[in-house]
Write a protein that binds this ligand. Structure first.
Ligand code: HGY
Ligand code: MN
Ligand code: MN
Length: 403
C-alpha cells in the first residue's frame, strides 16, 4: 500500500534542495533554481503519464488527456518561494495534485475529464515588483507593461524570461477558452494557525484577501553626523521611520486590515553620515477592498506631509482585489474533505494566491493543509506527510467526482 503523503514529502524534500544557498528555500523565478525545479517536475509528470510543456509565461503544464468534450480541470500553484522561505508554500500545491494523478494511475482509474497540473513561475513577486504573471496569462489579464519592470540588478522581467528560453511577447496567446475550463483547484499550506487550533488536517477557503503594494522612495540630504545641526535636517531615515510607524498605526486602527513594511534600504548607510536616501515597500491587505484602498490613500497623504522639503516617490506597484471562491466548486471540495473524514472547515485566506487571478477565467476553489504553528515564509514551515496524504485522497476523489 503506497504512502502517498510520504511520497509527496520525499518529492518536496528534493525540490527544497533546488534553492540558493542559505537557510530554507530560496527559489526565485527564471533562475537556475527554477530551471532545476522545472526539470525535476517535468520528469515526474512524464512518469505519471502527463504531456509536459513550458508556456511562454514560464508556467510548467502537465496535461492528462481525458475524454473529448468533457473539459479540463486545472490544479496547481506556484513554484517560486520567498527568500529563505519554507519548503511547502506554493510548490506543495503542484506536488499534491501530481501525486493524486499518480495514485489514480496506480489504481487504473481513468479520469472523467482532462486534468492539468500547473507550476506557475512567479507568484511571490519577490524578484520583480509584480506577480501572478503566469496565472494572469491563462486568464488573459496580463498588463504587458509589467515586462519592463526590473529586479534589484536592473534586469527586466522581459530579459529574464527571454534568457530562460521564453518568448514573453507571446503571453497574450496563452489565454484559455473558458468554455473548456471546468475550474481551478489550488492546494496550499494554510500559512496560519486556524486548522491546527481546530484539530483539522484540511480546510476549504471562503475568500482570498485583497492586497496592494507601494514602492516609496525618499531623497533628503546627507551630511556629517557630528557637525550638521539638528534643525532643518532632511534625514530620509527619520521620515521613513515615521512612515513605517504610520503603516502599523493604520493597520492596528482597523480590525480586518494588515499593514507591513517588509523591506527598507538607506544610503549612504554609514554610522557617521545623515541618511540621504531611503527606499521601502509597504503593503496593505484586507478582505474589504474599500478599507484597504482608504489606508493606501491615507499613507500617501501622510508621506507627503512627513517628507515636505524632500523628494518623495510613492507608487502602487501591485494591486489585487479580494476574491471570493466559487460556491459550487468549494462545496464539492468540502464534500470531498468530509468523505475523507474531515469536518469541512471553511476559512478565509490572509495570503494571496494564483487562484485570485484565475477567478477571471473560471470558478476557483482552494484546499488548505494544516501548517505547523502557523509558520510560513520561514524555513520552519511544515506540513506533515499524514496531512498531505489526506489532501492527495481528497484531490483524487474530487477529480473522479465531476460536478
Ligand atoms: O504574499 C502572499 O500572500 C503570498 O505568499 N505571495
Ligand atoms: Mn508565499
Ligand atoms: Mn503561496
Amino acid at each position: 500500500m503506497t504512502d502517498w503523503g510520504a511520497r509527496a514529502a520525499d518529492l518536496l524534500d528534493d525540490l527544497a534542495c533546488l534553492s540558493e544557498p542559505g537557510a530554507g528555500a530560496t527559489r526565485l523565478p527564471f533562475t537556475p533554481e527554477h530551471r532545476a525545479a522545472v526539470e525535476l517536475l517535468s520528469d515526474r509528470m512524464r512518469q505519471a503519464g502527463l504531456t509536459v510543456t513550458l508556456d511562454d509565461a514560464g508556467t510548467l503544464v502537465g496535461r492528462l488527456e481525458g475524454p473529448k468534450g468533457r473539459g479540463t480541470l486545472l490544479m496547481g500553484s506556484h513554484q517560486d518561494s520567498v527568500r529563505q522561505g519554507g519548503a511547502y508554500d506554493g510548490i506543495m500545491g503542484v506536488v499534491l495534485p501530481l501525486i493524486a494523478l499518480e495514485k489514480l494511475r496506480a489504481e487504473g482509474r481513468a479520469t472523467p475529464c482532462s486534468v492539468e497540473v500547473l507550476a506557475f513561475a512567479d507568484e511571490e513577486g519577490v524578484r520583480f515588483p509584480t506577480a501572478l504573471v503566469g496565472s494572469r496569462a491563462l486568464a488573459g489579464t496580463v498588463d504587458p507593461a509589467v515586462l519592463e519592470m526590473t529586479d534589484g540588478d536592473g534586469v527586466t522581467l522581459r530579459a529574464a524570461m527571454t534568457a530562460f528560453g521564453l518568448e514573453p511577447d507571446r503571453i497574450g496567446v496563452l489565454k484559455r477558452d473558458p468554455a473548456d475550463v471546468i475550474g481551478y483547484i489550488e492546494t496550499h499550506i494554510e500559512q496560519g494557525p486556524v486548522l491546527e487550533r481546530a484539530g483539522e488536517a484540511l480546510g476549504v477557503v471562503s475568500a482570498i484577501c485583497g492586497i496592494e503594494r507601494h514602492s516609496i522612495g525618499i531623497v533628503g540630504e546627507t551630511g556629517h553626523a557630528g557637525t550638521m545641526p539638528m534643525e532643518g535636517r532632511k534625514d530620509a531615515l527619520v521620515a521613513a521611520s515615521a512612515i513605517v510607524t504610520e503603516v502599523n498605526r493604520l493597520a492596528l486602527a482597523s480590525d480586518g486590515l494588515r499593514g507591513t513594511v517588509g523591506s527598507l534600504a538607506i544610503g549612504p548607510n554609514v554610522v557617521n553620515a545623515v541618511p540621504r536616501v531611503a527606499r521601502m515597500t509597504a503593503e496593505f491587505r484586507s478582505a474589504d477592498d474599500a478599507e484597504r484602498r482608504a489606508a493606501g490613500v491615507a499613507l500617501h497623504a501622510y508621506a507627503e506631509e512627513v517628507c515636505a522639503g524632500m523628494e518623495l516617490s510613492c507608487e502602487v506597484t501591485y494591486q489585487q482585489a479580494a476574491q471570493p471562491c466559487a460556491a459550487e466548486l468549494s462545496e464539492r471540495l468540502v464534500a470531498a474533505v468530509k468523505r475523507a473524514g474531515g469536518q469541512g472547515l471553511v476559512l478565509p485566506s490572509g495570503a494571496t494566491h494564483d487562484a485570485s487571478a484565475l477567478a477571471d477565467l473560471c470558478p476557483v476553489a482552494m484546499l488548505f493543509v494544516r501548517c505547523r504553528d502557523g509558520m510560513s515564509h520561514r524555513p520552519e514551515e511544515l506540513a506533515t506527510p499524514e496531512d498531505m496524504g489526506r489532501a492527495v485522497e481528497v484531490l483524487a476523489d474530487l477529480v473522479m467526482s465531476p460536478g
